[in-house]
Design a protein around this ligand. Sequence first.
Ligand SMILES: [Zn+2]
Length: 512
Amino acid sequence: MTEKKYYLTTPLYYVNAKPHIGHAYTNVLCDTFARYRRFLGEDVFFLTGTDEHGTKIEKAAREQSKDPRTYVDEMVPQFKSLWETLGIQYDYFIRTTDEAHKKSVQNILKDLEAKGEIYKASYKGWYCTPCESFWTKLQLKEGKCPDCGRDVQELSEENYFFKLSKYQDWLIKYIQENDFIRPEIRKNEILGFLREPLEDLCITRPRARLAWGIDYPNSKDHVVYVWFDALINYISAAGFMADDKKFRTLWPADLQVVGKDILRQHAVYWPIMLKACGVEMPKLVLAHGWWTMEGAKVSKSRGNAVDPIELVKKYSVDALRYFLMREVTIGNDGAFSEDLLAERYTSDLANDLGNLWFRFTSMLEKYFAGAIPALEKTGEKEPLLSASFKLWEKVTPLMVAYDPREALAVVWSVIVMANQFVEEKKPWVLAKDPAKKAGLSQALAVLGEAVIHIAVILLAFMPATAAKILERSQLPKEWIVKTEKDFARTFLKSGTKIERGEALFPRLEEIK
Ligand SMILES: [Zn+2]
């Protein structure tokens, strides 16, 4: 039997606009989880991709006088290039316009029809074009779209419906009995939503109104609703109904990260679709919050999008990764401002971590010609050394619980401790007294181990910075640390030359 992989997914990003900080946040979180699992020696499959059908894409293409296919082909590279800039190591990039995906959606629809899970009916409703949502009269708020408050159009048409309502009781019970939705506040929100009767889901659009979609298998007049199409990517990319062996090693997904605005699709439609297909539930749906600017959600439509590539150019990729994960607890909203990013950069990165590296390497150069002294028994007793050895043991449970913010707080407590250690030991005083030579070499040996342990534990969070430290210390950049014992030990060989190199985080005055 093949071993189950750790399978995590990002939402598929809708390509009607270029990616902003919100997209960057989701993928930085997922990338950090994926890297941490690889660091633990797990076999990871990390899926991301793009959602490319539907009215909004058709409209965006039309506005640029392009056919939708040309339009999406031009948009996708913008996402891929952002992932490259941010160091996102995904294993597979799926596009909902991929032939294999389209085929998978059609196979699933045929199967659901055969099982009696789909029926055709005439439908009267109110349609919000920007949201691509049909609403019943009861759902409208003062005659407007309940999601965005815009005008709606009355429509009557024949469509195909998926029997969501049939599974309502099952879903409520499933959510109550399983740790399926996090955080708790979102789980309760979904349970609250499920107190009202669930309506069946309209899963097609008449071709006359929308041509840019997957052909509905049994009707020439319909295309598949974009959400129904997009959700299926998580199993189509995993080989469902195409490659059984692959599917068995990947599914169920271990983690599906989504923004809180698309939780209903992932916590109501999606589990019911899987249930109807006879497929196991994903283990966890984790909903993160929004980044806001002056109180409003960052999005293209609100015109306040922040360009993550500009931020990376100015502050470095690791600074942005660090900020996004350190600033907010997953699930809460975060207020984005460049001032806050600059503040974190200066205090946590330039002053704490950057300065630690600078002091350590400068003293090593000055007193030991850059060669790390051997660690003796006296050094082994230092609390800084044991705190460094314990980093893996403390950070791992936090990362398994998907709390990178707290994990970084733990790492930073050791960074702060290491800087205090320098203040207390005062190596520059020890260096003046030949009788204190042993104390000086122990101080630097302990400090060196602390710095390396910090770098190794940061590999998943700030891969570029961690790699710089390890390279300059002649240590490998790829690490697998499966057990506490693998980490709670010395990493540096005495006599190893350590190079100071350029500042890890140059002062902002120097880069502005
Ligand atoms: Zn709307």
